[in-house]
Write a protein that binds this ligand. Structure first.
Ligand code: NAD
Length: 256
């Protein structure tokens, strides 16, 4: 018996990184999975490998959400879960951030999450689940990622309001708040075909050894396991909450 037997889950940003690991784990736990992304070749190939369905979905586009959800329902007859995982990161100090760049981050991270909830929740089965991907930077500031941090704070607001509004249908809405995770977002070397992933992971662990109490960067598989917990019945009495997964980074500072 899988933890998600009989359930149909849409995962955005599923072509790589955390979304990929969520899609893989959910499929292994018995769910029918609809992978959504703008990286069509990677998404198609992954869907084929794990026996899932791929849809092109730019999460900032309302019409594309409608068509992605229609595809999911045509293929599997229902939708029980949504993981709003797609996201982008831009580095700039606030005073140097052009408005266009700020709005680009808002469009994907914040509007994408809003459109996902608004499009999927009305057709979702009662008792369904939504997991929004926030961040460590939803709960703390981080210099040089102001636009990103603002959208991740906003995602917690959306999570709490959606949880309140959808609770009467038994739909639970929670957020994951990862610290640094070894994906292309925190480790661009992952996009370099000549880089050895083990070497870059070791270099990152070294970098985070002094920063993070558990002494290493997180793995996308670890975030996927938290998303699974929030999507399956193991979390049946949990809604409206942010879940930090950061190796203890947010716990505080250590002077020894
Ligand atoms: P990633 O860059 O590997 O994956 C992001 C995915 O989102 C990619 O597949 C990308 O194509 C997709 N995407 C980007 N724009 C999109 C759009 N407009 N429509 C649909 N898909 C789009 O990075 P990741 O770490 O796997 O990121 C997943 C989520 O986790 C993001 O929301 C990110 O902000 C969040 N997060 C990441 C970290 C980290 O350190 N990696 C930490 C905290 C939170």
């Amino acid at each position: 018996m899988g933890k998600l037997d009989g359930r149909v889950v849409i995962v955005t940003g599923a072509a790589r990184g955390q979304g990929e690991q969520e899609a893989r784990l959910f499929r292994a736990e018995g769910a029918e999975v609809v992978l959504a992304d703008v990286l069509d070749d990677q998404g198609e190939a992954l869907a084929k490998e794990i026996g899932a369905r791929y849809v092109h979905l730019d999460v900032g586009e309302e019409e594309q959400w409608r068509s992605a959800v229609a595809t999911a329902r045509e293929a599997y007859g229902r939708v029980d879960g949504l993981v709003n995982n797609a996201g982008i990161l831009r580095f700039n100090s606030l005073v140097d951030t052009p408005l266009d760049e700020f709005m680009q981050v808002v469009r994907v991270n914040q509007v994408g999450c809003f459109l996902g909830i608004r499009t999927v929740a009305p057709v979702m089965e009662d008792g369904g689940t939504i997991v929004n991907t926030a961040s460590y930077t939803a709960l703390a500031g981080m210099a040089a990622v102001g636009a990103y941090a603002a959208t991740k704070h906003a995602i917690l607001g959306l999570t709490r309001v959606a949880a309140l509004e959808l609770a009467r249908r038994g739909i639970r809405v929670n957020a994951v708040c990862p610290g640094a995770v070894d994906t292309a977002m925190s480790n661009p070397a992952r996009l370099d075909p000549d880089a050895d992933p083990r070497e870059t992971a070791e270099a990152l662990d070294e970098l985070y050894r002094g920063l993070v109490p558990l002494g290493r960067i997180g793995r996308p598989e670890e975030v996927a396991r938290l998303a699974l917990f929030l999507t399956c019945d193991d979390s049946s009495y949990v809604t409206g909450q942010p879940f930090v997964i950061d190796g203890g980074w947010l716990a505080g500072v250590s002077i020894v």
